[in-house]
Design a protein around this ligand. Structure first.
Ligand SMILES: [Cu+2]
Length: 220
C-alpha cells in the first residue's frame, strides 16, 4: 500500500482500502500458486504434496510416479567426483584475427605474468613461464563437485574419477586414502553416522584441491 496516497483520506476509507488490498493480495497469491502448480504438473508427474517431493520427468499420463523425500529417512546417495584443473591460458602477445584458420583464433590482449605473485605452497597452483611463442598458463586444481550435502544416516558412495592431472593422492577423512591416476575410477562407500563435515583432499594439490561433505543432522 502506498501510504502517501491515502494520507489525507478519512479513516474509514483507509480501512476499506486496506481490506481491499489484503483481499487482492490473497487472490493474486492464490492465482499465482495455482498457475505454478499447473505448470509444474504439466512438466512433471507429481503427487499433491509437492513440498518435499522430487518429481520424475515424464508425461502427465505417468502421474503416479513420484518420490517423497523425508530428511529423516536414510537413503543411498551416490556422487561422481572428477579431478579437475582450471587453466588460464594466455600469451605475452595479443591474439590476432585469422580469417584463414580452420577455427576462429580467440582474440585476447597482450598479458604479462604477474610480478612477485606469491602462490600458496602445496602444488595446487602452478604458473608456467612464457614459452618461445609467449604462451603462459596459470593452473588451479580442484574437485568437481567440491560441495556435497547428505543426511545423517545416508549410505554415501563416492566415485573419484581421474580426469585431469596425471596423479593424485586422495583422502576421504576417516574413510580411505588412495592413489588415483588419470583414467581410473576409485570408489569409496560409508555411512554418514555423525552430523557435521567430512573433508576430502588431494595431498598432491593442496591447499585448493579440497572438498567438503556436509552431513545434515536428523531432526530431534
Ligand atoms: Cu590432486
Amino acid at each position: 500500500m502506498n501510504k502517501k496516497k491515502t494520507k489525507s483520506k478519512p479513516m474509514w476509507l483507509i480501512a476499506v482500502a486496506f481490506m481491499a488490498a489484503i483481499s487482492a493480495t490473497t487472490v493474486i497469491g492464490g492465482i499465482n500458486g495455482q498457475t505454478l502448480q499447473k505448470t509444474f504438473a504439466e512438466n512433471y508427474s507429481v503427487g499433491t504434496s509437492a513440498n518435499l517431493s522430487t518429481a520424475t520427468a515424464g508425461s502427465a499420463s505417468n502421474a503416479t510416479t513420484f518420490k517423497t523425500v523425508n530428511p529423516n529417512q536414510s537413503t543411498n546417495k551416490e556422487f561422481w567426483i572428477n579431478t579437475v584443473h582450471l587453466d588460464g591460458n594466455t600469451n605475452l602477445h595479443p591474439g590476432v584475427k585469422c580469417d584463414t584458420c580452420p577455427q576462429n583464433t580467440p582474440l585476447h590482449p597482450a598479458e604479462q605474468p604477474p610480478v612477485n605473485s606469491t602462490l600458496p605452497q602445496g602444488g595446487g597452483f602452478r604458473i608456467t613461464e612464457p614459452n618461445k611463442v609467449g604462451a603462459w598458463d596459470f593452473r588451479s586444481f580442484t574437485f568437481s563437485p567440491d560441495q556435497i550435502v547428505v543426511n545423517q544416516g545416508d549410505k554415501v558412495t563416492l566415485h573419484f574419477i581421474g580426469v585431469q592431472g596425471a596423479h593424485h593422492v586422495i583422502s576421504v577423512e576417516g574413510v580411505d586414502t588412495f592413489e588415483l591416476i588419470r583414467g581410473q575410477v576409485h570408489t569409496v562407500s560409508f555411512v554418514a553416522n555423525n552430523p557435521g563435515t567430512i573433508t576430502y583432499i588431494c595431498h598432491v594439490h593442496l591447499p585448493n584441491m579440497v572438498g567438503q561433505i556436509l552431513v545434515l543432522p536428523k531432526a530431534a
